[in-house]
Design a binder for this molecule. Structure first.
Ligand code: SF4
Ligand code: FES
Length: 389
């Protein structure tokens, strides 16, 4: 068995945004259940001994934790490379300097669009201007910077404009992330899944941008798996590379694993990380190839995609052990084909939608999608149960 390489630290589910494609679970963890500072620092030390190299701080919005600086310092002291994935709300210059001084190596900001009204509409909150401001501040510090752009039916038609916008922010890396259909995104799939024509054009736009920006900005982009021949190697394979710890201390092989009925996930409050990685039934359930049904079991692709995504299999077929329906060879591939056929039966209208004003866009919202509902009020650095226990 290999050791895990990265720890995804979901330190809170609190968030100032309400993105319609959020991959957090529909049932969010409560503030009163969040792990304390000392519990997280202990996790980083255990993780380092287990061979973990990277700590990704995410949420929700990690800046909601007033102890974020201490957490980053704790991960760094444990020898981990630290990455902060943030909306930027609540990160003014003094706090940015603090987290950089604490040892932050890399920061990633997600943008919803290049157009302010459309970006705020998708986020369900006015956040776009803050993100631009923060991107400028980041470039004054010596940390690596990635801009992530979530692409879908409503913004994909002006991908070239969005790439030029990101170019101005001067990141080292740009991630063009097609929406993945879990959580709120699955609920809103019909409003988010692009048409085949939109996707084909987007692939050309990205190829041209890669050529133009070569040597300056690296672009990472993956075709959405609903349109691919084979599924994505979700999380690099179940229990192969990653551990995700949710705000309440549950340890999961991926962000959506809790949707799978019948699996019990251990909590870092009760068991060591090493035990969970090596012994827990949840990490062993879909590790390796033993669990695979046909056609995966005898398929040449199985060492590349590990049979696709277990959560997507569950969400679309009701059986987590089924071949991922995104795979063109899957017995249940007709489910994905039907969603794709639906998406292609109506012409997409993204240009006119995303060029509309915020007020016009708000009027569209009710019939188009549901925003992520937040369980707790967000205040940057607001006090949860932190400190030592
Ligand atoms: Fe991957 Fe299974 Fe499809 Fe083969 S049959 S490509 S292993 S999901
Ligand atoms: Fe859970 Fe893919 S999101 S295995």
């Amino acid at each position: 068995m290999t050791n895990p390489l990265a720890l995804i630290a979901e330190i809170t589910h609190r968030c100032p945004l309400h993105c319609v494609y959020c991959s957090n679970p529909l049932e969010l963890a409560a503030v009163r259940d969040e792990l304390s500072t000392s519990e997280w620092i202990d996790i980083f030390q255990q993780g380092s001994k287990l061979g973990i190299l990277h700590a990704h701080f995410t949420g929700g919005e990690p800046l909601a934790r007033p102890d974020l600086t201490e957490l980053i310092a704790g991960a760094r002291a444990a020898g981990l490379y630290t990455n902060l994935i943030t909306s930027g709300i609540g990160l003014a210059e003094p706090r940015l300097k603090q987290v950089v001084d604490a040892g932050l190596d890399h920061i990633q900001i997600s943008f919803q669009d290049s157009r302010e009204d459309a970006a705020n509409w998708i986020a369900g909150a006015k956040s776009h201007a803050y993100k631009i401001e923060l991107s400028r501040l980041i470039r004054r510090h010596k940390i690596a910077f990635t801009v992530n752009l979530v692409v879908h039916r409503q913004n994909i038609d002006h991908l070239d404009e969005m790439i030029s916008f990101i170019e101005q922010l001067a990141p080292e890396r740009m991630e063009i992330a097609h929406t993945q259909y879990y959580g709120w995104a699955l609920k809103n799939r019909s409003a988010l899944l692009p048409t085949r024509a939109q996707l084909d054009k987007a692939v050309e736009v990205v190829a041209a941008a890669e050529k133009r920006l070569a040597g300056r900005i690296r672009i990472d982009s993956v075709v959405p798996d609903y349109y691919a021949r084979f599924p994505k190697a979700c999380m690099g394979g179940w229990g192969r590379r990653l551990m995700l710890i949710n705000p309440a201390g549950k340890v999961l092989p991926c962000h959506a694993a809790e949707v799978i009925p019948g699996l019990t996930f251990e909590n870092v409050r009760d068991c060591s990380l090493e035990y969970i990685w090596q012994e827990s039934s949840s990490f062993q359930r879909f590790r390796g190839e033993e669990w695979m049904p046909e056609p995966c079991r005898s398929c040449d692709q199985r060492s590349q995609d590990f049979g696709g995504c277990r959560c997507q299999a569950l969400l679309l077929t009701g059986n987590a052990a089924a071949t991922d329906p995104a795979c063109s060879l899957a017995p249940a591939h007709h489910i994905v084909e039907a969603a794709v056929a639906d998406a292609n039966s109506d012409p997409a209208i993204s240009e006119s939608v995303s060029a509309a004003s915020f007020v016009q866009l708000q009027q569209l919202t009710q019939s188009l999608w549901s925003y992520r509902k937040n369980r707790n009020k967000f205040e940057p650095g607001s006090t949860a149960k932190t400190g030592t226990q």
